[in-house]
Design a protein around this ligand. Sequence first.
Ligand SMILES: Cc1ncc(COP(=O)(O)O)c(C=O)c1O
Length: 283
Amino acid sequence: MIYPNPGFPIYESQIIACGARPVPIHLHEARDFAFDPGELERLITPRTRLLILNYPHNPTGGLLGRRELEAIAAILRRHPAIWVYADEIYSRLCYAGEFFSIAQLPDMYERTIISDGASKTWAMTGWRIGFAANPVLAPVFTRWITNTESCASQISQWAAVEAINGPQDAADSMKRSFLERRDLIVRLLNAVPGVTCRNPGGAFYAWPNVTEACRLVGAADSEVFRKRLLHEAGVAVLADIHFGARVPGEGQHVRFSYAASNQAIEAGVARMADFIRSNRRAA
Ligand SMILES: Cc1ncc(COP(=O)(O)O)c(C=O)c1O
């Protein structure tokens, strides 16, 4: 099973838990954290069964554009045994125009499992509601869920129905706030010494490159940098290694979540900048 790296850590652990072999496909900063379709073609073998796609993407906020999706679909048409698992949980937090699903391309609908949930768009993380759609596999999913989890709690199911079918003004205004926060955090991060940050197209994460910042403060890598940022500056981020093995040649990254107030974002990035400036002076 081929899955994005860096990526949501559950992909790799779930693949292993299911007894399959995890095959990471690398995302590249120079491609705004998309993968190279040529690399996909090279990773596919006769034993490949699943391709996991996730966009807008956790942790980079990256997107796959229509042209990239068409290239991926063209490859998959030559390999009919491969299913697509499209994790579209951030599809309504897409800032670069309308979200486009790979399932909209010819021949892709039947073989794509669309996965979504209530946690992001409606901020219902604790309600534990997710859903998946595929015309062929729906009866299999039903049997599987009945025999593994029984079902999602009825209260949560009704709450999700209300969230999905009810007025969307709260979700829409949240999306506008996330877009403002995205612009804020990217602008602030790019002014921090030793930090560069691409403009993420969706979700609520920023994935700045901190290779130079690590060097400035004498941190061996992003994980040492992350720990010092937490203990010495009181700023909690995740390091790239929490999302899979570091991609060779891509440098060091950390992940900021901007599901936080403007004030918290401003204070957090200011503390990071102070931490780097004072440690650079010390060095
Ligand atoms: C890419 C991705 N998929 C799925 C999920 C699952 O969300 P939940 O378990 O809250 O529905 C998350 C949560 O962080 C995520 O980032």
